[in-house]
Design a protein around this ligand. Structure first.
Ligand code: ZN
Length: 267
């Protein structure tokens, strides 16, 4: 199938939380020009062709308080602004099981959760004995996702998978062992939702590595994969960069809340 025959989907980034931070918080090796570098938190929506996928489920008020993050709106509230009722969403892609990506999964009562084998193995395996690797997880959420397995609500994937024509998942690893990105065909070509395979633009642009990491080699190799999957560097959407809100046009009536990623960036 040529790309012109592929379906094109709309993609939205919905900003649901934010935090202050310094450059040294975000790069292994720190930074000689340490300066403020705030971080935003997003969930994403893919829709079109009668299909609808939510990518990640963020976190809620309780975890925001516990971890000192500023919750702007719950992911469900953000999605509702785009006319999505989380009670009816059937397909949710979980890029990885960190607290800021899986936190409100239980507000999706009928969803199937798409997850990499490696992520469940990692989040329930030997490395979680160590604070170095477990600090990004909330154990109750990991246990909750295990319960979803027992209810046959987890769709496991191993490596690369096509979920629908024009939508595929790609295991990258690195930041966590089973982290996956999402490739989506749009009116402007192939867009890649990098999630935490690249927290900020600077990570993939300068081949630098975020401070929370399992396998540095896979992080850096992952940047090559992002470039291969995306039509151009401006088709790669990092997982936590506030610049995403500046570079893309706002969804209708949702300035500062949601942007369209399936249309060309403004700059
Ligand atoms: Zn994250």
């Amino acid at each position: 199938m040529t790309t012109t025959q592929l379906p094109s989907y709309e993609i939205y980034a919905i900003r649901y939380a934010t935090r202050d931070g310094m450059r040294r918080n975000h790069f292994i090796g720190g930074d000689p020009h340490d300066a403020p570098m705030p971080m935003d938190y997003y969930v994403w929506l893919i829709r079109g062709e009668g299909r609808l996928f939510v990518v990640d489920t963020g976190f809620g008020a309780e975890v925001a308080k516990k971890r000192g993050r500023t919750l702007l709106r719950t992911p469900a509230e953000g999605l509702a602004l785009l006319d999505v009722d989380v009670a009816k969403v059937e397909e949710v892609i979980i890029t990885h099981l960190h607290y800021d990506h899986v936190g409100t999964f239980d507000s999706f009562p009928v969803a199937q959760f798409h997850l990499q084998d490696d992520e469940m193995a990692y989040a329930t395996g030997r490395h979680m004995r160590h604070r170095q690797f477990n600090h990004g997880y909330e154990v109750d959420e990991v246990v909750g996702m295990v319960r979803m397995v027992y209810k046959d609500r987890v769709r496991f994937h191993k490596g690369d998978t096509e979920l629908a024509s024009g939508i595929s998942l790609h295991r990258i690893g690195g930041h966590t062992q089973g982290l996956q990105c999402v490739r989506v065909h749009t009116q402007r070509g192939w867009v890649v939702l990098a999630s935490d395979t690249s927290h900020f633009y600077e990570h993939f642009e300068k081949k630098r590595v975020f401070t929370t990491v399992f396998n540095v080699g896979e992080v850096i190799d992952g940047y090559d994969t992002l470039h291969q999957l995306a039509d151009s560097p401006s088709h790669i959407v990092p997982g936590h960069d506030p610049l995403v809100m500046q570079r893309y046009p706002a969804a209708a009536g949702l300035e500062g809340i949601a942007v369209r990623l399936d249309v060309a960036p403004l700059a």
